[in-house]
Design a protein around this ligand. Structure first.
Ligand code: BG6
Length: 495
């Protein structure tokens, strides 16, 4: 059903995120007839820009980043909703003027007073913008809803995430704040809950009695490209782990919520993140690997040394690859290691969670020729080929008993017609209907940072020591293999 009428206010309307994802997602919602009956989009810009100029720029973005052919009629209707308003948080008076203009616009467009403020700005903008929205009363809920959508990155460590939460919560209530992690917009990620809790056969074995360990892999082919200035201050750990990889981890590891409802689901996720064992710095060093890519080839792309990337310091010790071994201190997972790895400029794009089951308890087939009797994996593939694979052992046909591993594969595209999307449609739609189940609560964000903080601290102190080079286009540093092999295990091979 359609969301209630509202205005959709975008800060950072001239930026990359708005052009690449937000507007194309709004377009896809318009094409599916899922935008409110009365709707206006306010693009906030700092410098003087007319509404026509903004529409033109957004249309160009829409055409460039479309996920499906653009229907001129739908695009026209969407862009007619766009108005440009100027506001700059360093000039408080501009927010007073904005409040007035917004109110007038809402009267003209008959959208009522529901408002969604989408902060698609660099993170330094979040607190100052929210402060002005608070000061001018634009976030006050008075018979209408007022929501604040905050993009990633949410803080750069535990202290800054706490400070940002503190500021936002002094301006708005938790139920008004929607912290986005775009991994939760991915169908296969949402499907983890359905797989675990809508089936009778997985959950009984989803624990330390049957699971040997869990691997979470987010490999990217992309190098750092033009994002050097952001990335060099951030690194692979901050960029991916406390957010995207921990979303996967929390959905896989959480306890069953009593209801499929925001409070219950978000509490279960926060609880499991808070149960990740906090390591000492010495343990953190032992249980992690960080790497940095050197020149190489990924597919047809020649990738330069990370240190030769635009806006990257020539002696940078920022990691472009991170692998961690974590443990979760609770009844379900005690003794089950979680191995996480993610990196840039690798040989392939692959996002998956692999659940490795324990070997059959009695080695009846001890004398049977077999590669490895313990290849029992359940793989949740997020990318590529979204789906689920079960790997198990089977008898090779013939008079003698030979065993080999085989796979049962479910692929989304074999069963469902999935409309191409940006991955933001569900998230934006949910913000408009007020369903925050797919958004991060303050405690989850802080628990995520808490778990990675010892790694950040230990790596900072270590500097260049322990930074492992790897060739662009490879599978990452050898030390990542050693991290898991030292426990008598190995990373799942792709295929
Ligand atoms: C972003 C990171 O949040 O996620 C990027 O900042 C990364 O560095 C991207 O490339 C990965 O997203 P996806 O959906 O391509 O796996």
């Amino acid at each position: 059903h359609k969301p209630e009428s509202c205005s959709f206010v975008i800060f950072g309307a001239t930026g990359d995120l708005t052009h690449r994802l937000v507007l194309p997602a709004l377009y896809n919602l318009a094409a599916a007839d899922l935008l409110p009956e009365k709707f206006c989009v306010v693009g906030v810009a700092r410098k003087g820009m007319s509404s026509d100029e903004m529409r033109e720029s957004l249309l160009a973005g829409l055409k460039k980043y479309k996920t499906r052919p653009v229907d001129d009629e739908i695009a026209k209707r969407l862009l007619e909703c766009v108005t440009c308003i100027e506001a700059d948080p360093s000039d408080p008076a501009s927010f007073d003027a904005m409040a007035e203009r917004l109110h007038k616009l809402e009267t003209n467009r008959q959208t009522g007073g529901n408002r969604l403020f989408y902060l698609a700005t660099p993170p330094t903008g979040f607190a100052p913008i929210a402060k002005q929205l608070g000061r001018t009363g634009m976030l006050k809920e008075n018979g209408y809803w007022r929501r604040l959508v905050v993009e990633k990155p949410f803080g750069t460590d535990l202290a800054s995430a706490k400070a940002l939460n503190g500021e936002l919560l002094s301006i708005a209530e938790e139920h008004q704040i929607y912290r986005i992690d775009h991994y939760l917009g991915k169908e296969t990620v949402q499907n983890i809950l359905v797989l675990r809790f809508a089936n009778g056969m997985f959950e009984p074995i989803w624990n330390r009695n049957h699971i040997d360990h869990i691997q979470i892999t987010v490999d990217e082919k992309l190098d750092v490209g033009h994002r050097g200035s952001f990335y060099d201050a951030t690194g692979a750990l901050r960029d991916m782990v406390p957010n995207h990889l921990f979303q996967l981890l929390s959905l896989v590891a959480m306890e069953p919520p009593a209801k499929f409802e925001a409070h219950a689901v978000r509490s279960a996720k926060a609880e499991v993140l808070a149960a990740i064992q906090t390591e000492t710095e010495a343990e953190a060093l032992k249980n992690s690997v960080r790497g940095q890519y050197q020149a190489g080839k990924s597919g047809d792309n020649d990738i330069p040394d990370y240190r030769k990337t635009e806006d990257v310091k020539p002696d940078s010790t920022t990691e472009t690859y991170a692998a961690l071994r974590l443990t979760i201190d609770n009844w379900r997972w005690a003794g089950v290691p979680f191995y996480l790895r993610t990196g840039k400029a690798l040989g392939m794009k692959r996002t998956e969670v692999a659940i490795k089951f324990k070997q059959a308890p009695f080695a009846m087939f001890r004398d049977t020729p077999v590669d490895n009797l313990s290849q029992n994996y359940l793989v949740i593939a997020v990318e590529p080929n979204e789906g689920i694979t079960l790997q198990f052992n089977t008898k090779v046909p013939g008079p003698t008993i030979n065993i080999d591993g085989v796979e049962m594969k479910f692929r989304y595209k074999d069963y469902f017609q999935v409309e191409p999307s940006t991955g933001y449609e569900t998230l934006i739609y949910d913000c408009m209907i007020g369903d925050n189940i797919l958004f991060q609560r303050a405690d989850s964000v802080e628990a995520g940072w808490q778990a990675v903080q010892p790694f950040l601290d230990a790596w900072k102190k270590a500097g260049a020591r322990g930074l492992e080079p790897y060739k662009a286009g490879s599978e990452g540093p050898d030390a990542a293999d050693q991290l898991i092999e030292r426990d008598g295990r190995s990373w799942r091979k792709f295929g």
